[in-house]
Design a protein around this ligand. Structure first.
Ligand SMILES: Cc1cc2nc3c(=O)[nH]c(=O)nc-3n(C[C@H](O)[C@H](O)[C@H](O)COP(=O)(O)OP(=O)(O)OC[C@H]3O[C@@H](n4cnc5c(N)ncnc54)[C@H](O)[C@@H]3O)c2cc1C
Ligand SMILES: *[C@@H]1O[C@H](CO)[C@@H](O)[C@H](O)[C@H]1NC(C)=O
Ligand SMILES: *[C@@H]1O[C@H](CO)[C@@H](O)[C@H](O)[C@H]1NC(C)=O
Ligand SMILES: *[C@@H]1O[C@H](CO)[C@@H](O)[C@H](O)[C@H]1NC(C)=O
Ligand SMILES: *[C@@H]1O[C@H](CO)[C@@H](O)[C@H](O)[C@H]1NC(C)=O
Ligand SMILES: *[C@@H]1O[C@H](CO)[C@@H](O)[C@H](O)[C@H]1NC(C)=O
Ligand SMILES: *[C@@H]1O[C@H](CO)[C@@H](O)[C@H](O)[C@H]1NC(C)=O
Length: 530
């Protein structure tokens, strides 16, 4: 006990915290109370000191930075946490929740740190980051076709471990290998197996979560309402997800992938126009993403180049036969196609060259690379050619932008809107992601490109879903329904809530009201209690 006391004393004595909102002394006091509380609530107590980084720890900055993806939230003026707790044990998560709640300190929960708006590691009130990066165990049970995966594991690690145990099983989740399962799964989670097997949340069987009282619950003890809410509604409104039990899905020993490009001069507009009619209606085994981006031509002008990136749960001959009958405009050739294991295809989808060694799946996030702003839309009617051309005009002006058009249909249309809290199902042809990026520091550049991103979104209004204009919650966009002065206003929450969750918003609110009536688990776009 004595060593614990003295270590706390050291920690507290060297604190030099400040805050934008509370007077410094108050934030200091809250933090020292919080730190004093932690060892009392955690098991085994001795380990928690190795998990706590206050601003005075020499590694504070690097621990904070490591899991930041968007440089927009890694500037000198970005609000910093008072402390980071990098839980090494489930009880450290429980302790953090109990102690933060007891002392009125906000927490931000971070697993993979990919939140587009930085909500897992930035807040404008004094806060602590609960970082799950060390809780990363993966337990594959091939005989049961299932696995338990902790929230801090990346999907690259998960894919690697599945293939390590079975060559004929896979899992439907995202393309970027460093996504954390904590945030990625709870927001829906989709990838190139979506048309075959649905979303990640359609393949989750159980979960472990720490609730507002610091109790660990599983599916049985949390009940079906809360289990429904964390499959699409985002975890951070309801508790801290510790781990998921997932259902493995069958994949063939060989799959086929391709990535072919067409520029405007090569008829890209006609091909993507046709793609809208064909890609959402193809057999479930085929997923073809269209990815328009701005390219320089050799003579110094700009053009739009569309990449068509495909995944087929089968072999080349069948794929060619199918696509040349149903989508001849694409002009797919045998030498465009690569056969590989499902595991190798996960690396291909993460944009690594064919043949990259599989160890790349185990690389963890490593600090922010670019500044970016993302927005998203659902499309329910094909966009007319003139409409597509008007979109090209806008992106040619922005230059630093790419889009992903991701086809829905298949399994996605068979699952009802209320089956999970993720609502965007039948009736959608595709999901658009708009990704504007820039590399320069400076508030002016940021303002310029965020503004351009909003212009692009304005320009596509006629072609996308309306009332509500639907948005994918994993593609977090603070603009929708944002009103900083009215952040806690229920009416404001209804605006982003209906875009992200459509008719499921009300049930999410009632779950929230039941499990966290005091609204401890909150952020700028969380589900409010009634
Ligand atoms: C490069 C890139 C590629 C992407 N590709 C895809 C894709 O292919 N498919 C797709 O669906 N999405 C994709 N996304 C979006 C991604 O799914 C979301 O950003 C997701 O929220 C990331 O989860 P995370 O754990 O990495 O992020 P974090 O920033 O750690 O968390 C995101 C949100 O979830 C909350 N959260 C995190 N962990 C927990 C937990 N354990 N318990 C409760 N709440 C928690 C956070 O507080 C935050 O609100 C991509 C994002 C990026 C940056
Ligand atoms: C942070 O610094 C304190 C005081 O020097 C130390 O006791 C603690 O172990 C450090 N934390 C980590 C994770 O190293
Ligand atoms: C599984 O992973 C271990 C450890 O990385 C490795 O030694 C082994 O060769 C892998 N087995 C298969 C079948 O991939
Ligand atoms: C395209 O050309 C511009 C100069 O006109 C240059 O700044 C930019 O980096 C080039 N982009 C690519 C992708 O090469
Ligand atoms: C530049 O090249 C593109 C094709 O790459 C062509 O369409 C365009 O007309 C050319 N522009 C000039 C000014 O030569
Ligand atoms: C924001 O809140 C204030 C005070 O509650 C209210 O007067 C105002 O109308 C609100 N604005 C919006 C856009 O909802
Ligand atoms: C948390 O604890 C309080 C006080 O003991 C209790 O009233 C409440 O029902 C508990 N909430 C949950 C979600 O268990």
């Amino acid at each position: 006990m004595k060593t614990i006391q003295s270590r706390i004393a050291v920690l507290i004595s060297i604190l030099s915290v400040f805050s934008l909102i509370l007077p410094r002394a108050t934030a200091d006091l809250i933090l020292s109370d919080f730190l004093r509380c932690l060892p009392k609530q955690s098991q085994p107590t001795y380990q928690i000191f190795e998990a706590i980084y206050t601003r005075d720890n020499t590694s504070f900055q690097s621990v904070l930075q490591h899991y930041i993806r968007n440089r927009r939230f890694s500037t000198p003026t970005t609000p910093k946490p008072l402390a980071i707790v990098t839980a090494k044990h489930e009880s450290h998560v429980q302790a953090t929740v109990i102690c933060a709640n007891q002392h009125g300190l906000q927490i931000r929960i971070r697993s993979g740190g990919h939140d587009y708006e930085g909500l897992s590691y930035v807040s404008d009130v004094p806060f602590v980051i609960l970082d799950l990066l060390n809780l990363r165990a993966i337990d594959i049970k091939v005989a049961d076709k299932s696995a338990w995966v902790q929230a801090g594991a990346t999907i690259g690690e998960l894919y690697y471990e599945i293939a390590n145990k079975s060559k004929v099983h896979g899992f439907p989740a995202g393309a970027c290998l460093s996504l954390g399962t904590g945030g990625h799964f709870s927001g829906g989670g989709y990838g190139y197996l979506m048309r075959k097997y649905g979303l990640t949340v359609d393949n989750i069987e159980d979960a472990k979560l720490v609730n507002v009282n610091g109790t660990i619950l599983d599916r049985k003890s949390m009940g079906e309402d809360l289990f429904w809410a964390i499959r699409g509604g985002g975890g951070a409104s309801f508790g801290v997800i510790l781990s998921w039990k997932i259902k493995l899905v069958p994949v063939p020993a060989k799959v086929t992938v391709f990535n072919i490009q067409r520029t405007l001069e090569q008829g890209a507009t006609d091909v993507i126009y046709k793609w809208q009619y064909i890609a959402p209606k193809l057999p479930k085994d085929i997923f073809i993403r269209a990815m328009p981006q701005v390219k320089n031509t050799t003579n110094g002008t700009k053009t739009v180049e569309v990449s068509f990136i495909g995944h087929f749960l089968g072999q080349t001959a069948n794929l060619l036969q199918l696509l040349n009958a149903r989508f001849p405009e694409l002009g797919l050739q045998k030498n465009d196609c690569f056969e590989m294991s499902w595991l190798e295809s996960t690396i291909f989808w993460a944009d690594f060259p064919v043949g990259t060694p599989i160890d790349v799946l185990l690389d963890r996030p490593n600090g922010p690379a670019v500044f970016f702003k993302v927005k998203s839309d659902y499309v329910k009617e094909p966009i007319p050619k003139q409409g597509i051309e008007s979109i090209w005009k806008i992106i040619l002006k922005i230059e630093k932008v790419w889009m992903q058009w991701n086809p829905y249909g298949g399994r996605m249309s068979e699952i009802s809107e209320s089956e999970t809290s993720f609502p965007h199902r039948a009736g959608n042809l595709f999901l658009i992601q708009y990704w504007t990026f820039w590399g320069d520091e400076g508030a002016e550049t940021t303002k310029k490109y965020v503004g351009l991103s909003r212009k692009l979104y304005e320009g596509t209004t006629p072609f996308v879903s309306k009332s509500p204009r639907e948005t994918f919650q994993n593609y977090r966009d603070i603009d929708i329904g944002a009103n900083l002065d009215n952040r806690t206003n229920f009416e404001t929450a209804k605006v982003y809530g209906s875009k992200y969750f459509k008719g499921n918003f009300e049930r999410l609110v009632s779950v929230k009201t039941a499990v966290d009536p005091q609204n401890f688990f909150k952020h700028e776009q969380s589900i409010p209690p009634l």
